[in-house]
Ligand binder design. Structure first.
Ligand code: ADP
Ligand code: MG
Length: 154
């Protein structure tokens, strides 16, 4: 099983292309993706690219204020969370995050450390970081289906 890979993303177009390749590697599988990286690292850009490539038809908004946005992605549920504004994972109880545990769902979480205990475990973690004018991406797998995704990515 391949557990970790890294890429250099020279510009926004490279992040968008990476999101599209990720969608192809994912196929119709569900996956829980934790997105790490400081503000502006490209977490939302990546989520938009991935959801767009999964044929989500609506505009993908940043869930900075709503905390969670739900989509239909080729017949399966997709969820995009941004927990930046959460101080305590207990604040998430009212959201009813049970739907995130559907194994068919694709779940993208920005600032997952702020929802510790309230979120399904990650299949993969994507670490995005500033690198010169661009960004670096490091993808780590934590489960067998995460490992398959990492190995499939081109
Ligand atoms: P985050 O959600 O991590 O706070 P955003 O995706 O909202 O970050 O913003 C990232 C910013 O960086 C956007 O202005 C986007 O155009 C830009 N960006 C995304 N990917 C790259 C890249 N590979 N190189 C340079 N700029 C990028
Ligand atoms: Mg964001």
């Amino acid at each position: 099983m391949m557990n970790e890979r890294s890429w250099q993303l020279a510009d926004e177009a490279a992040t968008l292309a990476f999101g599209a390749r990720f969608a192809r590697a994912l196929g119709h599988n569900g996956l829980v993706i934790y997105l790490h990286g400081e503000l502006g690292a490209g977490k939302t850009t990546f989520a938009r690219a991935l959801l767009g490539a999964m044929e989500v038809r609506e505009r993908v908004k940043s869930p900075t204020y709503t905390l969670i946005e739900g989509y239909d992605a080729q017949g399966r549920p997709a969820w995009h969370l941004d927990l930046y504004r959460i101080a305590d994972p207990g604040e998430l109880e009212w959201l009813g995050l049970d739907a995130l545990s559907d194994p068919a769902a694709v779940v993208l979480v920005e600032w997952p450390e702020r929802g510790r205990g309230a979120l399904p475990a990650a299949d993969v973690t994507l670490h995005l970081a500033y690198a010169g004018d661009g960004r670096s991406a490091r993808l780590e797998a934590h489960t067998p289906r995460g490992g398959e995704l990492v190995a499939e990515l081109r």
